[in-house]
Ligand binder design. Sequence first.
Ligand SMILES: *Cc1c(COP(=O)(O)O)cnc(C)c1O
Length: 424
Amino acid sequence: MTPLPGHPQLAWRDDELWLEDVRLAALAQAYGTPLFAYSKASMLAALSAYQRGLAGRKATICYAMKANSSLAVLQVFAQAGCGFDIVSGGELERVLRAGADPARVIFSGVGKTRAEMRRALEVGIGCFNVESESELDVLDEVARACGRVAPVSIRVNPNVDAKTHPYISTGLKGNKFGIAHERALHAYRHAAGLRGLSVVGIDCHIGSQITDTAPYLDAMDRVLDLVQAIEAAGIPLKHIDFGGGLGIDYRGDTPPAADALWAQLLARLDARGYGDRHLMIEPGRSLVGNAGVCLTEVLYLKPGEQKNFCIVDAAMNDLPRPAMYQAWHGIVPLHRDAQRVPQRYDVVGPVCESGDWIGQDRELAVRPGELLAVLSAGAYCMSMASNYNSRGRAAEVLVDGAEATLIRARESIEDQLRSERLIG
Ligand SMILES: *Cc1c(COP(=O)(O)O)cnc(C)c1O
């Protein structure tokens, strides 16, 4: 048994690829392709790194569910004691269905609607992470109108560079997220004066796929400076939320382990005298990214003058990250054959867009009808999937030891057409 580097639950047994104790080719046969398969052990291992890192502290780990919002995935985290970070009313309904405790749910996002606020207040949400001064006023109004007091934290923008892709960097001055560091104290004073709000915390989130400790330490220092100023102004803060954003190994990336990162952050927090506060974190990608693979069948091999194409049955609607961020995903055959000579291919889907590629210039020894696994597909794949080209969304399976459970059936054409109406 040879585990794949960075994917401890994924291993070669003889020449077949297995996820935990399930042979992936057997899953593809049973459920068809494209198919997402997730390892429960891998999710729980990723979570336990955070739990170890925060052991002995007052802390809540809020899974940022936009990374993968499938109900059964949410259940895994809810049953393991996680809270959730949500960014829409739809996500709120999903976590409630999955059995989450609403008091452990925090509501982030720059554009919450009044209806979303009302519903979150009704169910007793743990905290609103407010992202603008006008949102404070609207939330105050909505809360008073329904006779409630909204627990709030203000998302501050610490203006640190997370050194990640510009589309997933969120803590810089030019980003739409949070309230500028310089305005934060003013915003807190304003919030503290509103009767419909109860100030409970502060939060930041500086970006995603962060592979370095330094931006976290910088952000922590900036946030603690603010905590000091806000409390000096007579506004006590119960919790400090440091967001998510820890990266995963897609292609030899070397992010710090969650427990190692937190050892450093807690040392800094203790040194500054804030180690006894209630800590919150919002990890998404690092809990699920490397727990998932997407299985796909090779449809055609198409040799060309400049490039050879390996056309597969998964596409940008299933795996949007390459098209959106030029992201890199490992691609490996489910059956390896050392006798064959690999060829160089662009692995592409059937969607009518030149941006519909899954991997470029990959050495593969495959034939039509054979199966591939696209790696690191647990985060920001299924949750971003669309029906572009009227393609039904893929099925999903949760693997737990030797057991595989279908957690989402393949979307049928009836599912796709259900809400549409002909004009007569
Ligand atoms: C997306 C998001 C996260 C999670 O980011 P990851 O990179 O997936 O860990 C956390 N907090 C907020 C507010 C987010 O928008």
